[in-house]
Ligand binder design. Structure first.
Ligand code: T3D
Length: 268
């Protein structure tokens, strides 16, 4: 597939996949073609067995959510009778995209370079390690256009920041600064703007040579904890740990420790 709305590359001998949302003049707002391209790129990441995904935006924004100028050919603001089945748009573009992002097995590092609004904030929240530039902000912009938070925001937000803060963000729609987002636990950390890409790339490179299978199991286990009992979670941990104990990277990790050298993980 030709990518016109994103940039996609596989780097570092196949270990690191990079996706750049690339409609900077429209603050990387989402159109249907961009959602399709993202889905295709995520499939390439899986097929090519990259070990980490780095996701960022081009220009001054991360992503301003759905493109409100082009979101549906049937929507004509000047005609009171023109109606749009937004549920159908969600089924076609947004929900499959958010599900695909949520299902990425390898670690996802999100470098939030500017405003992340609406669906853009949801994309950012689906990163496993989210680093934001100090000038970035997170906005549940939906209320301002008569919609409710979607794209998984009502699921992710309370889990990340708690119900009170989730409600405050969703009902008031005020921008949350990157610094506050880090203090609230919405993201991993906030760095000076000039430090964003070096910091995110450093993290991505670190993860790209880590024991990938163990990281994937860890990520899955932490997701599963949202609906498991403590007893179920202990069993899940035992089962997954048993699998990991038979893998190359466990042997390599312990051997390297005993020999006082750096481990060389192959991700298997
Ligand atoms: O299927 C469905 O549609 C339902 C799914 C919904 C999911 C959603 O994401 S709904 C939420 C959609 N997003 C928004 O409501 C955010 C709208 N944008 C803004 O509130 C502001 O632009 C920002 C707070 C993000 C940034 O403000 P600021 O002052 O830094 O920039 P600006 O001047 O407002 O925008 C710069 C340009 O980007 C401007 O274009 P122009 O005038 O220079 O030609 C603006 O129109 C454009 N832009 C910004 N956001 C969007 C957009 N164009 C299309 N869609 C956008 N979402």
């Amino acid at each position: 597939m030709n990518y016109e709305n994103i940039q996609f590359s596989i780097e570092d001998e196949g270990r690191l996949a990079r996706i750049v949302l690339n409609r900077p003049e429209k603050l990387n707002s989402l159109v249907s073609a961009m959602a399709s391209e993202l889905m295709d790129a995520l499939e390439q990441v899986r097929r090519q067995e990259a070990r980490v995904l780095l996701l960022t935006g081009a220009g001054r924004a991360f992503c301003a959510g759905a493109d409100l100028a082009n979101f549906d050919e049937n929507f004509r603001a000047e005609e009171a009778s023109a109606v749009v089945d937004i549920g159908a748009l969600m089924d076609r573009d947004y929900n499959p995209l958010m599900s695909a992002l949520h299902a990425v097995e390898i670690p996802v590092v999100c470098a939030v370079n500017g405003v992340a609004a609406g669906a853009g904030a949801s994309i950012a929240m689906l990163g496993d390690i989210v680093v934001a530039a100090r000038s970035a902000s997170f906005i549940q912009a939906f209320g301002k256009i008569g919609l409710m938070s979607d794209c998984g925001a009502t699921y992710m937000l309370p889990r990340l920041v708690g119900t009170a803060r989730a409600l405050g963000m969703a009902l008031l729609g005020e921008p949350l600064s990157a610094e506050q987002a880090a203090q609230w636990g919405l993201i991993w950390k906030c760095v000076d703007d000039a430090e964003l890409m070096p910091a995110a790339e450093k993290l991505a490179k670190q993860l790209s040579v880590a024991p990938t299978k163990a990281l994937m199991q860890t990520k899955q286990a932490i997701h599963a904890a949202a609906h498991n009992s403590f007893a179920q979670q202990l069993q899940l941990e035992r089962d997954r740990q048993r699998e990991l104990g038979f893998e190359h990277d466990f042997l390599e990790g312990v051997t390297a420790f005993r020999n006082k050298r750096k481990p060389s993980f192959n991700g298997k």
